[in-house]
Design a binder for this molecule. Structure first.
Ligand SMILES: NC(=O)c1ccc[n+]([C@@H]2O[C@H](COP(=O)([O-])OP(=O)(O)OC[C@H]3O[C@@H](n4cnc5c(N)ncnc54)[C@H](OP(=O)(O)O)[C@@H]3O)[C@@H](O)[C@H]2O)c1
Length: 495
């Protein structure tokens, strides 16, 4: 068995960017939770790298604050102590080659169990990925080939070409099996539960196609603005930041065929087939398929907030989109003719992600000329956050005389009573530690997702005079409704 096969424990878990936002809000708390669950291998050391100077004690204080901010009084002191003992903090500039021999020395000792694999987690700006990859190679971390693991955060490139360049650079030094491209939406349990819902329930599969489904909506809404990330966001926008990766991944899980097994490549093969079947959007019809807008000033949770153009660090008159909606078709046997409507945005009415699937009307209007003439369609809805559940919306007769209906919801709660939710990063980090790649993205998935959105991005980059706006705290610009194929289709904001 090679060191990189499932089950080979790493000796060192190296976090580039351990002082950054992602490490603070997600990575360190998730690692702590794994410690509490007894899932971190004995002897695995964690090396936290950042630019800021910290003494060992200073770092431990910082770590303790991170955990306290996240878990409050729920931090278990014994677990926190065991966790803290794993850490070494190393300050340095990742852009200077002199930093890497010191890093090499720091991870040269095998763990107490004899393991000597190193995980490198790149929680740093994408502009630094190449620098780190090349420098790791310079000091010999790419040898022997296949040994160490490298975790790459999104965004993976800014378009098809840059994604291919980054991939070539990674492959120069590392094999595909060593590379873990993260899309944390795939770590969400509800997304994994979607696979169970679809493929473990005989009653669902017969409905899951163009014969019964009218359209699919995928919404990832955030009430937050861009915070202090103007520098990154203004060059990126909602299409690159969210739709090309998170929403496209959700689409593939909704639309994929049953895989031959749950092996990583079997699942990913099916997801790629979906992306390859997506109807290309010609430049001439970009505006019929995609819509962009920017938040103006408004109110979030009762508080006034500024518009995007007035956020600190945002370029004046920028046309970077903070809201995007798009319509896609999947030209295959199962989905031909069924529109998939995707939308995502910042400063929307609330933070909520959901998938809403509208079924077709029954073939015969049996209730014509009764008060039921306008019968409501059935929906299957899945909320991914803030809570996670699935439900089917059905019509039932209202009790009493006459023929009225009301909606009944069959709820399939995913979590019962006191079953605690799990951070998506927890599952993903555990998979990296265990060398399981099922929930990570293969390059052809990234590549095909870029192929789908590239024409939209290219067209928008040339149309720089005007962008629609929406008030912060709303559900986005009403004009996005122009994407719908039929008058009776509209966005589902509440589920
Ligand atoms: N934040 C999120 O919610 C989120 C979500 C998904 C993906 N991501 C991705 O995760 C990555 C990290 O994002 P982030 O939000 O955590 O960024 P961030 O807050 O800006 O943190 C960047 C980290 O990189 C370190 N760093 C920067 N330049 C360095 C240098 N020259 N030498 C050594 N260290 C350096 C910083 O160290 P100092 O602080 O010590 O300067 C900091 O620890 C990005 O690729 C981002 O796209 C972030």
């Amino acid at each position: 068995m090679s060191n990189n096969e499932k089950g080979a424990n790493p000796a060192h878990f190296v976090i580039f960017g351990a002082t950054g936002n992602l490490a603070t809000i997600k990575l360190l708390p998730s690692l702590y939770n794994l410690e509490a669950a007894g899932r971190i291998p004995a002897g695995m050391r964690i090396l936290a790298l950042g630019r800021q100077e910290h003494t060992h004690e200073g770092w431990l204080e910082h770590l303790s604050k991170v955990l306290h901010d996240k878990f409050g009084d729920k931090v278990n002191r014994d677990v926190a102590n065991t966790f803290a003992e794993r850490f070494t903090y190393m300050a340095g500039d990742l852009r200077t080659p002199e930093f890497y021999p010191i890093l090499k020395e720091a991870v040269s000792k095998p763990s107490s169990s004899g393991a000597d694999t190193v995980v490198f987690y790149l929680s740093i700006g994408p502009g630094d990925f190449n620098t780190v990859i090349n420098n790791l190679d310079e000091v010999g971390f790419s040898q022997p080939r296949g040994k160490h693991r490298i975790v790459v955060e999104k965004p993976f490139g800014t378009d098809l070409e840059t994604a291919q360049q980054l991939n070539r650079s990674l492959h120069k030094h590392f094999d595909e099996q060593q590379i873990y491209r993260i899309d944390h939406y795939l770590g969400k349990e509800t997304v994994q539960n979607l696979l169970v819902f679809r493929f473990a329930n005989t009653m669902i599969e017969p409905l899951w196609n163009r014969n019964y489904i009218n359209h699919v909506q995928i919404t990832v809404a955030e009430d937050l603005g861009i915070g202090t990330r103007a520098d990154y966001y203004d060059k990126s926008g909602a299409m690159r930041d969210m739709l090309q990766n998170h929403l496209m991944q959700l689409l593939t899980v909704v639309a994929m065929e049953p895989p031959s097994s749950l092996e990583a490549d079997a699942v990913r093969d099916e997801k790629v087939k979906v992306l390859k079947s997506m109807r290309p959007i010609p430049k001439s019809s970009v505006n019929a398929h995609a819509f962009r807008a920017q938040y103006a000033a408004g109110t979030i949770k009762g508080q006034p907030v500024v518009g995007y153009q007035d956020e600190v660090g945002v370029e004046k008159n920028t046309v970077t989109e903070t809201f995007v909606a798009a319509k896609f078709y999947i030209d295959n046997w199962r989905w031909r003719g069924v529109p998939f409507y995707l939308r995502t945005g910042k400063r929307l009415a609330k933070t909520q992600s959901h998938i809403a699937i509208r079924l077709r009307h029954p073939p015969q209007h049996l209730f014509q000329n009764t008060p039921l003439d306008q019968i409501e369609p059935n929906w299957i809805t899945l909320e991914l956050q803030p809570s996670d559940f699935m439900q089917m919306e059905l019509q039932v007769k209202t009790p009493g005389l006459g023929m009225g209906t009301r909606q009944a919801k069959l709820n399939a709660p995913y979590r019962l009573g006191n079953e605690a939710p799990m951070e998506s990063y927890e599952a993903l980090i555990l998979d990296v530690i265990q060398g399981d790649k099922t929930l990570f993205i293969r390059f052809d998935e990234v590549e095909w997702a870029w192929r789908v959105v590239d024409p939209i991005i290219k067209t928008w980059s040339q149309e720089r005079e005007f962008i629609h706006t929406y008030p912060a705290g709303s559900w986005g610009a009403d004009e996005s409704s122009r994407l719908f194929d039929c008058e009776d289709q509209e966005w589902r904001n509440e589920i």
